[in-house]
Design a binder for this molecule. Sequence first.
Ligand SMILES: [Fe+2]
Length: 319
Amino acid sequence: MKPLELSSISEIWKSALQILGQRLVTEGTEPQLWFQWGKVWRGHDSNGVLPPTELPIHLLEAKGAKFAGRQWCSIVTDAMTWLICIKVDNHGHNSEIKNWNPPEAIFPTLKLLGEFVRMECLLGLTLRILENRAGEHMGHWDRVRNLALAIGRKLGIAGKEFVELELTALLHDIGKVALPGSILEVSRPLSPAERRQIESHSVIGAGMVREIPGMEKVAEGVLSHHESPDGTGYPKGLTLEDIPLTSLIVGAADAFDAMTHFRPYAAERTYHETLDEMANQRGRYDDRVLWALKEVLKALGIMEIKPISPSTLMEPNVT
Ligand SMILES: [Fe+2]
């Protein structure tokens, strides 16, 4: 299972590594911080996420153990074990962290990081359930999250609102777990009753999220992710000024991803075709969001690409 890796907590990782870097400067360079995740370890360095990897268990016990050109030591905070390592100097300088004690300043940061990591893992588990319930969501929530965050950055969203945007993007369709599997897999046009049932997912999802303390804004974002600026969306038919910006962003990222990937009921399109179609549906999407989406795709240099999908991977029919 792929780790969720919340972008919203990258600042806490950075802050923990900064504290460690300052305190370990005489011992070595390039600190890394790892935690156990099932059978593998997940870690970060100052450049970001490191690939999940297996680490020998003895690193947990022997303070100052050497492995992979680094020295390792462990710290336990709130039942969570962390491994810290630094690159050692093999050319004459004595680089030992055997006698090194973690600075007090690191504990509150690790405690906070631990709480976020646990939340991230639980969220990952929830999304895995959604993926298993509705095949079309394989990777969908992850792509929508990445696209929504890129649009959000372009529009200057930061801090708490950035966290809310990421959580809204991840959880936007969580209400679908309450719908029968049969309706999620329909590949023919839906009857009005079936459509109403499908559309109930935003209300159901918002209800689930609202029960989590401090997630009211995210619940509001989930509730409104199918609202349209021109009032033609659902569930309330809100207009532009009443729709949260996070919902407008997630709604556009969601539609863009759906249109550019294989669905049983429609052929996928190129990014360029999809953007043109979204721009032509005047009033359906927010103009600022569409502008930012186009800028993000231009910066990636992928405007003309058609994403890989089951239909494009099919063997050509040679007779
Ligand atoms: Fe949705």
